[in-house]
Design a protein around this ligand. Structure first.
Ligand SMILES: N=c1c2ncn([C@@H]3O[C@H](COP(=O)(O)OP(=O)(O)OP(=O)(O)O)[C@@H](O)[C@H]3O)c2ncn1[C@@H]1O[C@H](COP(=O)(O)O)[C@@H](O)[C@H]1O
Length: 100
């Protein structure tokens, strides 16, 4: 993903990057550390809990900038979890669509 990615394609690009990290496990990648952590998926679950808490605190503080920053951390870690469980962004879209 780079700065030229159209905004509406960012989630797809991010998920594709996560899938690529999962397949290739490059050494200098934060995403790789999530896929290879000694605590396994529990580490990602802990990170999700932390990011959720930080998101809630930002909302309670009415700190819009922090809310967006922590929400982005939360969404990124959620996408890593979906990838870890062999679910895709399209699976998530399908689930949401079924609720219309
Ligand atoms: N979107 C993200 C992304 N969001 C959050 N993070 C990392 O998630 C970690 C969050 O951990 P913490 O909350 O402990 O860190 P923090 O935010 O500095 O600390 P707090 O102030 O929130 O407590 C940080 O190390 C962030 O760098 C991310 N790391 C990577 N990505 C994307 O994934 C792509 C691939 O990244 P690599 O795998 O590193 O190549 C990147 O190009 C980005 O597009």
């Amino acid at each position: 993903m780079d700065a030229d990615t159209p905004t509406e394609e960012v989630l797809d690009e991010l998920f594709a990057t996560i899938e690529s990290r999962k397949a290739e496990l490059p050494e200098d990648s934060y995403t790789t550390t999530l896929f290879t952590h000694e605590k396994g998926e529990n580490y990602v679950l802990e990170k999700l809990g932390e990011e959720m808490t930080e998101t809630i605190l930002a909302a309670k503080d009415d700190d819009r900038e922090e809310l967006l920053y922590e929400s982005a951390d939360l969404v990124y870690h959620l996408l890593v979890l979906l990838s870890m469980k062999d679910a895709s962004l399209d699976d998530l879209r399908e689930e949401l669509k079924n609720r219309f």
